[in-house]
Design a protein around this ligand. Structure first.
Ligand code: FEO
Ligand code: CA
Ligand code: CA
Length: 653
């Protein structure tokens, strides 16, 4: 797409007439003021609960307020290891390539495994995860989002093409890993001989359910009925249901498709509006999957991409269970799926679409759920909504109905982004994870960053002028937004919102006070311009600076854990922030404290607690993605799940 970024001089005229700027300044001030933390005009209803919150609340009540922040903040660092406060220690639970069956081979760092070994081992680049307990057994379901091809394939000579075997191996490294864990004298470990261990990959058969099932747009030569598909990939964040299933969210599914009909350099782009909006392109992102499986060739199978971009439900306790794609939850670059049960029993799912200028969604089921029931079909019949924010700290959920969008129900489920644009949804700064406070009806979403805010529209042409919850042009750092549904009712049309934190670099901002771009060398990247270095909100300090909040997760005490996937250069606007990190946020006072720093070039993602609360599991994804890490054991960098415990054996969270 042509870069239509105006010059900085143009900004005033296009985006920031003085009155509007003043309004946004006022919004920021109100949004992050202390009043915001103390409740202000926000209404907190009672009675709604998050999945599993009954047990959580019991434990929360047993713990004292004084236990919050029971650690000394760690400093930012670029060390190639896991850094924790004194009194805490870590070790690995599982790493990319570790076998999940007793007769599967150990990982070979020389070959980096084979198609067969990878299909029976923990996948690459773990992201969202959930730990389930049933009948005394503990099972992890974990997303393996994507692969670092340089690492998976090893160094390849310039111009060298991957072999078919290498391509198939990357397919087997994607998907989901499901495995049982047991606690021994030395802590938790993978139970390799469990009958529950399985991988879900690009080859796993799954069903398609909900309004899009069977629609013409889902029919392919392999599946003329449009009712099933093979596999899931690029599963980013996740969700879990109170009926004991796992929700894997398909995010950047588009990057795996390519076209055998190449586009000449000067030829017109003849892709459909939908392909353009979803980033389905003539070439893939280097994976080469179409070479070994023609369904990834969009000129041969133009409907195949319509079968990805969904939330996939899986029963982790049934290794034979077919996963189900729940199309009623919409098709977009799903980050996670935060599910709550409303007071009246209806299932409500909050979801972000992680791309610059895309939207925040909510699903409300038609039927209701009660303890002990199965619920999968509650995710098939319901209403999808998209969020519209106003600068007065309120917002509303707009239903994506045929009347409102001029599209049929199956079309809304398949081309959700286009439907949402038609009702005037508010463009957001890349919505990542949504987390629901377990003790009250209150939601948080990480808006990770957006270099295009105030620069150019989203891929659908929707404007990305600064707006209430996305108040900064060329947003390098990101923010955390929170909202409360009217009357504590998750199905209400309206809500009130505030910002919990605006990330930033207060140290650099202060140092640059009064310095202008003209006095600096003209930066090639607008993100490096002086005017785009922001100090952040008051709760962002020299001691806790971070950028690009991504994963959000509450612990049993109501502490909000913030995990970052941002710029780890430790330079320029990010100077002093070090590697990606995990921080704890007190949602009552607004205080944020750094707890963990990950190894080099990783992101931290996914946080789960053991049932006794004494082990915290955290995902370390893509360490050394640019070749500068040997995490965790001094050799080939490998993603994995870290277990953190207190040296005194106490409860983690
Ligand atoms: Fe896979 Fe939006 O992070
Ligand atoms: Ca993420
Ligand atoms: Ca990520």
């Amino acid at each position: 797409m042509q870069d239509i970024r105006p010059s900085f001089d143009d900004y005033d005229e296009i985006n920031s007439p003085r009155a509007e700027q003043t309004d946004i300044d006022r919004v920021i001030e109100t949004a992050i003021s202390r009043r915001g933390f103390l409740g202000g005009a926000m209404s907190f209803g009672l009675g709604s609960f998050l999945v599993g919150s009954t047990a959580l609340n019991r434990r929360a009540a047993a713990q004292t307020q004084g236990a919050r922040f029971d650690f000394a903040a760690v400093e930012a660092t670029t060390a190639d290891t896991v850094t924790l406060p004194e009194g805490y220690e870590w070790k690995m639970l599982v790493k990319w390539g570790d076998p999940l069956h007793p007769d599967a081979p150990e990982f070979d760092p020389e070959t980096r495994g084979t198609v067969e070994s990878q299909a029976r081992a923990f996948g690459d680049n773990n992201d969202g995860m959930a730990l389930f307990t049933r009948d005394g057994r503990h099972v992890f379901a974990i997303n393996n989002e994507y692969t670092n091809l340089d690492i998976l394939w090893g160094e390849m000579a310039e111009g060298e093409a991957p072999t078919d075997e290498q391509i198939r191996k990357s397919m087997m490294a994607h998907g989901l890993s499901v495995f049982e864990i047991v606690e021994g004298a030395d802590g938790w470990e993978v139970k390799r001989d469990s009958d529950l261990n399985r991988r879900v990959t690009t080859d796993t058969e799954m069903d398609i359910a909900g309004p899009a099932a069977g629609h013409d747009l889902l029919r392919t030569s392999a599946d003329p009925e449009g009712m099933m598909s093979l596999g899931t990939w690029n599963n980013c964040g996740n969700g879990r249901t109170p009926w004991g299933t796992y929700l894997a969210c398909e995010e950047n599914f588009n990057g795996y498709y390519s076209s055998s009909e190449e586009r000449a350099e000067d030829a017109e782009d003849t892709r459909s509006e939908a392909f353009r909006r979803y980033g389905i392109n003539y070439s893939d992102w280097g994976y080469g999957w179409a070479r070994v499986d023609p369904r990834f060739d969009i000129s041969a199978e133009p409907n195949e991409p319509n079968r990805n971009g969904y939330v996939v439900e899986l029963d982790p306790f049934d290794p034979e269970a077919r996963p189900v794609k729940r199309t009623a939850l919409g098709r977009f670059k799903h980050e996670n799926a935060e599910l709550v049960i409303n007071d009246d029993g209806r299932v409500v799912v909050y979801m972000g679409d992680d791309e610059r200028g895309e939207f925040l969604y909510r699903y409300v089921s038609e039927g209701t759920w009660a303890e002990g029931q199965d619920g999968g079909d509650l995710l098939d019949k319901g209403q999808l909504y998209v969020a519209v924010f106003d600068p007065e700290m309120t917002g509303k959920w707009v239903a994506l109905t045929p009347d409102a969008t001029g599209m049929s129900a199956p079309e809304i489920a398949i081309h959700t982004r286009i439907a949402a644009s038609r009702v005037g949804a508010t463009t957001m700064d890349r919505p990542e994870w949504v987390a629901a406070n377990p003790s009250k009806p209150e939601l948080y979403v990480a808006l990770t960053n957006n270099k295009n805010r105030g620069v150019k529209p989203n891929e659908g042409g929707d404007n990305q002028d600064v707006n209430g919850p996305n108040p900064r042009e060329v947003n390098n750092y990101g923010q955390i937004l929170r909202w409360t549904p009217d009357n504590g009712d998750h199905t209400a049309d309206g809500f009130e919102w505030r910002l919990f934190a605006l990330a930033g670099n207060p140290v650099l901002a202060e140092a640059l006070e009064g310095v202008t771009d003209a006095e600096m060398a003209e930066p090639a990247d607008p993100g490096l311009a002086v005017e785009n270095v922001y100090p952040g909100s008051e709760n962002v300090t020299a001691g806790n600076m971070f950028n690009s909040p991504d994963c959000l997760a509450f612990d049993t005490r109501g502490m909000l854990w913030i995990l970052t996937d941002g710029n780890y250069s430790d330079e320029g606007p990010f100077e002093g922030m070090g590697n990606n990190q995990m921080l704890a946020g007190d949602t009552e006072t607004g205080e944020i404290r750094r707890f963990m720093v990950g190894p080099r070039e990783c992101e931290l993602t996914g946080m789960q607690l053991s049932p006794d609360g004494k082990t915290m599991f955290v995902g370390v994804q893509h360490p050394g993605e640019d070749g500068n890490s040997n995490f965790p054991d001094g050799g080939l960098p490998r993603s994995g799940v870290v277990m953190i415990t207190r040296t005194d054996g106490g409860v983690m969270g």
